[in-house]
Design a protein around this ligand. Sequence first.
Ligand code: UFG
Length: 332
Amino acid sequence: MGVLVTGGAGYIGSHTVASLLERGEEVVILDNLYQGHREAVLGGTLVEGDIRDTGVLDDIFTKHSIDAVIHFAANSLVGESMSNPGKYYENNVYGTLSLLEAMNRHGVKKIVFSSTAATYGEPERIPIEESDRTEPTNAYGETKLAMEKMMKWFEHAHDIKYVSLRYFNAAGAHESGKIGEDHNPETHLIPLVLQTALGKRKHISVFGDDYSTADGTCIRDYIHVSDLADAHVLAVAHLRRGGTSGIYNLGNGQGFSVKEVIEAARKVTGREIPVQIEARRAGDPAVLVASSKKAREELGWNPSRDRLEDIIESAWSWHQHHPDGYGGKDNK
Ligand code: UFG
């Protein structure tokens, strides 16, 4: 039996496809290539199409013998979700409905879902546990929470089991050097810091140094993308052994401030990395750190690439070899 990966040409999706292929799984990738990259798909069958297209979904489930879906396909920019929430409800919420309806039509009963720490909003306590309050402060997080709830009701009515994985801050790149992070526009801290190290940007903007943290900058829990990918493979295995539905945080449980990330990047790259302090970015909680105890205990997840310098080192290697991402000349 094979796995359908929606959004499998994106950043975390492509690393998960790589992990599935390494384990000998048959993989079908459905991606509309809006944010994804054809070059990021290292194997399997790539179908260029959209999860909102029921014909494409019916075709895939008819032609391939799929027993589980890993669902990444979604828009994920917090800022854009605030100015254009309709886009997020249309692609994320309606897209997930279209996918779940197709799974139900074809008797596919397992789904692993790409969720986010943005479902929590401003945390009640640190580290955050899965049972903590979910009150998203942006439309992106709100749509991901709606998608999780939709899966709960589809389980109730149609017995489709789900595992929702709430990621904290994904970073780093695959050890092969073949795939890594390439967003357009890029908004994430580590790639922007490394583009600054490469001289592609004049400085890195630090969004606020007046938070109530030790150095005044925001603290985040950075997790290697390959550790995230492994969690998806374990979640599929959990559902295949008859495991129950559930929601799991994925993070290292250790927080680093924006200034600490920049300092670590200076060490790794040996470059200066000029900084400019700017105003706070709307909707940024001061501290987001995960408790991943549940994923470790129930899924057997054991993130092994947890040193911040190692995560940055792997991203640096990707950025040096692909300074223009997948569009760069160095890309094979
Ligand atoms: N930051 C800067 N300068 C930049 C970019 C980011 O100072 O140029 C800061 C941000 O303010 C934040 C930290 O660096 O404090 C990390 O920012 P990212 O944009 O890299 O990541 P976020 O924590 O904002 O977002 C991540 C995911 C989102 C998800 C969110 C959950 O990328 O998809 O966590 O809160 F919604």
